[in-house]
Design a protein around this ligand. Sequence first.
Ligand code: ZN
Length: 395
Amino acid sequence: MPANAPSGSQGAIASSALVSGDKSRTTFSIVLSKGVKAEIVTLANPYRVIIDMPEVVFRLPAGAGRGAIGLSQAFRYGLFAEGKARIVIDTEGPVAIDRADMKPLAEGAGLKLSIDFVPMEAAAFGGGTGAARAAAAAAHAREQKPTVHEEHTEKPKSRAKPVVMIDPGHGGIDPGAIGGSNLYEKTVVLLVAQQLKSALVATGRYKVVLTRQTDVFVSLDQRLKLSREHAPDLFISLHADSIDAKNLTQVIRGASVYTLSERASDSLARLMAEKENASDLIAGLESSDGEGQDEVRSILIDLLKRETANFSADFSRTLVSKLGKAIPVSRDPMRAAAFKVLKQTGSPSVLVELGYMSNDDDEKLMKSESWQKQVSTSIAQAVDQYFSRRAVGSR
Ligand code: ZN
């Protein structure tokens, strides 16, 4: 259901958003500095309302979207791709969009986009808005090329320097874990990624590529595609954990380094992989018919070279030892699980969970510039040690 309004070429600013009503009718409204074209669709598995708009700058208060009101369980917002903003409202069950409009507010105060949704029968869901549109959107998202920043544009064959790909997790519509004081995982990992890039580039020894440089969503498939294209000598994915169990949040903390394994090293590791693998779902891409886990398996059997796995494990050991000297690490910091983003065919890859957003001490640390500096410095040192050992050993 499109809600049209006069639009301009510059992005609109979203300054406030509100959910009101009850379980018989719920209204979502958002104030925009000017009109945009909004596309509204509903999706199942899980049930959601998705609002797509051209680029919108979100200036909503911290914590906006958290908490259940009426049929809405929570909502998220952010960039879905370059120039595409998205709002995802998680709903309690199947809903139908009953009304959508964009009305001007008082002079100079912008416009208000309001959407009413009402409950509907699950059996009747999917007849109109959801499935086909979502499939098209997913296909489109897969085609979208994320922006990649490169230091040089050499071909992989004529490499003068090892290529390190840094992969800050989440972004845009997918915030990742959210800390008690509303710190977003996507923000922390991007800050660390940028500092790590600076540290590596400063040595003059590496070419560094980021999978995202801004607060934009990049799907797991896009990240893997980028890795295939650039064939990095090392792939480092950056994340920050969170644990839901209330009795454990203040106990479990510290950094962990994960390598790819079909069999998780422990149940917590398995849980983390499941959470991180759900990123595409969180961003409103359709779940791909149970594809995820099986795909990881077949890649493991078919393609993962022993050598790559050995290099990943080697870097993981080096990294844990360097991190352990700089920041708190978890009790069992070398772990393995079936993270989709680690299913790399030829590039040694690790996923670093920098700490637990759910732990107040960790969250406080992650906010501090000195922690971010220490983390990026120690990862850079580990990269140096890893490559210097390879240069001596095999070249
Ligand atoms: Zn994450």
